[in-house]
Design a protein around this ligand. Structure first.
Ligand code: ACO
Length: 383
């Protein structure tokens, strides 16, 4: 590409190739390794989706058991526990993750990635991803003035995560919804955080530090932070009956409604399509207050879509729109939602790092220079 053809925000730029996922924005399709996301969430377990994303194929029962074993070591290294105990309690969970992530790997996996050493890097990835839920749960409890709970390797990853946040076993429906939500947001092409991870990984920095770069990128409200913003918006709007007037007022003052719109999807975000009914089912099981939040979101989504359509714009809810309501229903604080996104996306980020190291190149794009013409630094004036 010549310097003359640069694109603001890199929209439409093909930066590298990947075999992990594909997005067809015009058809509203997301596929992990060729499989439609809706089919995966309906027919595959969370661990099968992890195996697919990380290793390339849906794993058989033996491979699932091996994955389960690899994700069982969730205890935090002493340095990470120590930092968690000392951090100011008002530190945002995403800042906590970015700070603690580089301390989560063992000395062996802290080694700089060696090209051609996929099994070791894969093991490092699974070890890191297994510990992220422990960090998020520990921080959730520390902020509530409670002592963190040790992980239970006998439990599945998300059942253990919910138990570590609340001190009681979750029911099977809650675990199933969390598994599905996390599978939905595990991987998504060259979004900003994945691109950040690939860029850092391309320098052969340690995997844990590449993942920390992904956390930093995901923290932004235009990327991961929209889930929290959308949930807070639903609370502010108050009920479905207020949604129409609220949307009209927001659009009249050119306010960006968080959780709506997507750079890639021009018809619909297929993840939001799966999540909307699932979130409503969970809300119905948990009580009227949760149902009200979901109905408010649905009313905003439908009304805004109609308003956008009248302006010739195809803007619908993205995955973040309903996700916050699910996480809130599971008892998590709003500023923790994006950390749950990171817990799942870590598998996708890591898969990208492994893929890049299998066929390595340092990321180093060029910039179109638009600054001052060549000029000389003034010579100091003699006094
Ligand atoms: N609310 C109101 N108007 C919107 C919205 C929205 N959520 N999204 C887009 N528009 C409007 C813009 O105002 C703009 O209108 P204009 O042409 O009259 O100026 C037009 O649609 C195009 O908007 P862009 O921001 O240029 O579209 P782009 O494709 O670059 O942006 C983005 C996509 C950043 C996601 C945008 O839709 C947005 O800011 N949404 C809210 C934040 C959000 O939900 N982010 C999460 C994304 S998904 C994820 O990261 C997992």
């Amino acid at each position: 590409m010549s310097e003359a053809s640069w694109t603001k925000g890199m929209a439409g730029v093909v930066a590298d190739a990947t075999a992990i996922s594909s997005i067809d924005g015009e058809r509203g399709e997301l596929r992990y390794r060729g499989y439609l996301i809706a089919e995966l969430v309906e027919r595959a377990s969370f661990l099968e989706v992890v195996g697919l994303v990380v290793d390339g194929e849906l794993p058989g029962p033996t491979d699932v058991a091996a994955l389960e074993g690899a994700l069982a070591d969730r205890a935090l290294p002493a340095a990470a526990q120590d930092v968690l105990a000392r951090l100011p309690r008002d530190t945002h969970p995403m800042t906590v993750l970015a700070v603690v992530l580089p301390l989560l790997d063992d000395a062996a996996s802290k080694e700089r990635p060696r090209l051609g050493a996929r099994p070791a890097q894969r093991a490092a990835l699974l070890a890191l991803a297994a510990r992220l839920p422990t960090v998020v749960a520990a921080w959730t409890r520390l902020r509530r003035g409670l002592a963190p709970l040790a992980p239970d390797p006998a439990l599945p990853l998300h059942a253990d995560f919910l138990r570590m946040t609340r001190g009681a076993a979750p029911d099977a429906r809650e675990v199933a919804v969390l598994d599905a939500t996390q599978a939905l947001q595990m991987e998504h092409g060259f979004n900003a955080s994945t691109f950040a991870v690939r860029t850092v990984a391309s320098t052969l920095a340690p995997l844990s530090e590449s993942l920390a770069a992904g956390v930093a990128a995901l923290h932004g409200p235009l990327h991961g932070g929209a889930d929290e913003a959308a949930y807070r918006m639903a609370l502010e709007v108050g009920g479905p009956e207020a949604a129409l007037a609220w949307v009209d007022a927001a659009l009249a003052r050119k306010h960006k409604i968080m959780g709506l719109g997507h750079r890639e999807y021009r018809v619909v975000d297929p993840r939001a399509l799966v999540l909307r009914p699932m979130a409503l089912d969970l809300a119905r099981a948990l009580g009227p207050a949760h149902v009200r939040v979901l109905e408010t979101l649905a009313a905003i989504d439908d009304h805004a879509a109609a308003r956008f359509a009248a302006q010739g714009k195809r803007i619908r809810a993205n995955v973040d729109f309903y996700k916050g309501a699910v996480f809130a229903a599971l008892g998590l604080e709003p500023d923790c939602f994006t950390a749950l996104f990171a817990m799942s996306r870590a598998f996708g980020w890591g898969a990208h790092a492994l893929e890049l190291w299998d066929d390595h190149a340092l990321y180093r794009p060029r910039a179109a220079y638009r600054g001052a013409p060549p000029r000389e630094v003034p010579r100091p004036t003699m006094v």
